[in-house]
Ligand binder design. Structure first.
Ligand SMILES: [Zn+2]
Length: 445
C-alpha cells in the first residue's frame, strides 16, 4: 500500500507541478515544487505520512548540477533569486464570502507550497503542518521557505487569520509522566516558534489524553499548565484546542472538558477552541438539525463562550452519533449530510473563522499520474460549501441540497472512492425530516 502510494504520488506531484508551472507567468524557474494536497489528516493519517515523506524526500528542491562542477569548488557562490510570479488569473476565483473555507493541504517541499495548493482549488482558508506531524524532530524551516511563504500569502491575498495550522500528532500535553510530557511540550513549543516565523498566529492541537493513568481533571490541569508555559515562552500565538471524538482516554470530547482547560489558562486571549463537526457528532452532539445545531451552540456559549471559537473542522462522519469513532467522510456523503453544513455556513458566529475540511481526497495516491487531478474532490467540496454559505433557506433553495450532495458523491466515485451505502441511506434519512422542519423555519421568518 505504502509503496504504491509513494509511486503514484510521485507521478502525481510531477503532474501537478507541470500543470501549475504551465499556468504561471513565464519565465519560470523550477525552484518551487507544487505538491498534491494531503488526504484526510485524521482518518488516513498513516497513509498520508507515507505520501508526505515520499514527497519530502523526492521532491524537495535539489541543487542543479553545475556542468563545471569539478572546477568550481573555489568560486564564490552566487545566490540566485528564486522569485516566481504567478498569473493569478489562472487560479480559480475565490469570491469574497465572509465564510472562509478550505482543506488541510500538503506543505511537502516547503510550507510555501501550502499557499499554492490552497489557491489552486479556490480555497479561502487552509490548514497545514509546519513540520512532520509524526516525528519528534524535524529540520528547521529554511530562510527561503519562510520568505516565500510570506510573499505568497501577500501575492495570493490570504489573511493569516484564515490559516489554522495543525500541531504534531505525537504531542500529549496531558500525559502524567513528567518526562514524556516534557518531550511533548518541547515538540509543541517548536511548532509555535515555527509559526511565529511565517508568521501565523493560530495553532490548533488535540488537547491530550490521560493515558488511563489519572483522572481527566488531573490531565486537563496539566494541559492548561503547558499552555500557560507556552504562552510565556512565545508572543501573540493563540493556542486552539480541538474538540475530540472521545475514543479511549482522549480528552476534549465534552465542552465541559475544554472549558476546564480554559478556566486554568492565565492569559485567556491566548487560548481558543476549534470545533470539529465529525468529532462533535460522534461525541454525542447531534448537529443534523437546525434545532440540534442551535442547541449545541447554546451549550457551547454556556459552557465555554462563543468568543473562544477560533476555527472549525468541517468533516462529515462515517460513524454514528455517539459512537466515539473518528472516521471522517466527505461533505454531505456521511451521517451528517449537507444540512449540517448549511446551518454552520448560515451562522454569523462562524464568519471570518478558518473553516477547514479534513476530508478524504481519494485521488491522492490513486491517480494514474496523467490527469493531474489530485485536487478534484476537494475542489467540488469547496464549491458546494461556498454555495451553502450563500443559500437562502427557502424551500425551493433547500431542494438543491440533494443534487449538491450527489455532486460530491459523483466526484468521489469518479476518483475511485466509495460512498458507503449505509452512510448514504443514513444521510438521506437525516435529510428528509429536516426538510419539513426547515420549511417551517423558513416560513416562520
Ligand atoms: Zn479535526
Amino acid at each position: 500500500m505504502a509503496t504504491s502510494l509513494r509511486r503514484s504520488s510521485r507521478i502525481l506531484a510531477v503532474s501537478m507541478a507541470a500543470k501549475l508551472v504551465a499556468s504561471a507567468t513565464k519565465p519560470i524557474r523550477r525552484s518551487t515544487h507544487i505538491t498534491s494536497p494531503s488526504a484526510d489528516t485524521c482518518a488516513r493519517s498513516e497513509d498520508l505520512e507515507d505520501v508526505i515523506d515520499a514527497y519530502a524526500e523526492d521532491y524537495a528542491p535539489k541543487k542543479a548540477k553545475s556542468p563545471r562542477k569539478a572546477n568550481t569548488a573555489k568560486e564564490p557562490k552566487v545566490k540566485k533569486s528564486k522569485v516566481v510570479v504567478y498569473n493569478l488569473d489562472e487560479f480559480p476565483a475565490r469570491g469574497s464570502s465572509p465564510w472562509k473555507i478550505g482543506p488541510h493541504v500538503s506543505a511537502a517541499g516547503g510550507v510555501e507550497n501550502a499557499v499554492l495548493n490552497a489557491a489552486s482549488i479556490g480555497a479561502t482558508a487552509f490548514a497545514l503542518f509546519v513540520k512532520s506531524q509524526r516525528k519528534w524532530t524535524s529540520s528547521p524551516l529554511t530562510a527561503e521557505s519562510i520568505a516565500t511563504f510570506k510573499s505568497r500569502m501577500l501575492e495570493f491575498g490570504y489573511d493569516a487569520k484564515h490559516v489554522l495550522p495543525h500541531g504534531n500528532y505525537l504531542v500529549n500535553l496531558g500525559n502524567p509522566d513528567d518526562e514524556k510530557r516534557e518531550k511533548s511540550y518541547e515538540c509543541f513549543l517548536d511548532d509555535l516558534k515555527r509559526l511565529l516565523k511565517i508568521p501565523i498566529l493560530l495553532s490548533s492541537c488535540s488537547p491530550g489524553s490521560t493515558v488511563g493513568q489519572v483522572t481527566p481533571e488531573v490531565s486537563l490541569s496539566l494541559i492548561a499548565q503547558c499552555l500557560n508555559r507556552a504562552h510565556k515562552e512565545t508572543k501573540n500565538i493563540i493556542t486552539v484546542i480541538e474538540s475530540m471524538a472521545g475514543a479511549g482516554n482522549v480528552l476534549g470530547s465534552k465542552f465541559s472538558e475544554l472549558a476546564k482547560i480554559i478556566q486554568e489558562v492565565e492569559d485567556k486571549a491566548r487560548v481558543g477552541v476549534c470545533l470539529d463537526t465529525c468529532h462533535m457528532f460522534v461525541a454525542g452532539y447531534d448537529i443534523r438539525t437546525r434545532e440540534g445545531w442551535e442547541n449545541t451552540m447554546e451549550e457551547f456559549e454556556r459552557e465555554i463562550g462563543i468568543k473562544y471559537l477560533r476555527g472549525m473542522h468541517l468533516n462529515d462522519s462515517k460513524a454514528a452519533l455517539g459512537s466515539h469513532k473518528d472516521r471522517h467522510e466527505n461533505i454531505g456523503a456521511g451521517c451528517l449530510g449537507l444540512n449540517t453544513f448549511l446551518y454552520i455556513l448560515n451562522d454569523s458566529r462562524t464568519k471570518n473563522l478558518p473553516l477547514i475540511m479534513e476530508t478524504p481526497a481519494h485521488d491522492v495516491g490513486k491517480s494514474n499520474g496523467r490527469t493531474g487531478e489530485g485536487y478534484e474532490v476537494w475542489r467540488i467540496e469547496i464549491a458546494v460549501l461556498k454555495r451553502l454559505a450563500s443559500l437562502s433557506e427557502t424551500p425551493d433553495e433547500i431542494q438543491k441540497l440533494d443534487d449538491w450532495a450527489d455532486e460530491v458523491r459523483d466526484a468521489i466515485q469518479s476518483k475511485g472512492g466509495v460512498v458507503e451505502a449505509t452512510n448514504e441511506a443514513a444521510a438521506k434519512e437525516s435529510r428528509q425530516p429536516k426538510k419539513s422542519k426547515m420549511n417551517a423555519a423558513a416560513a416562520a421568518k
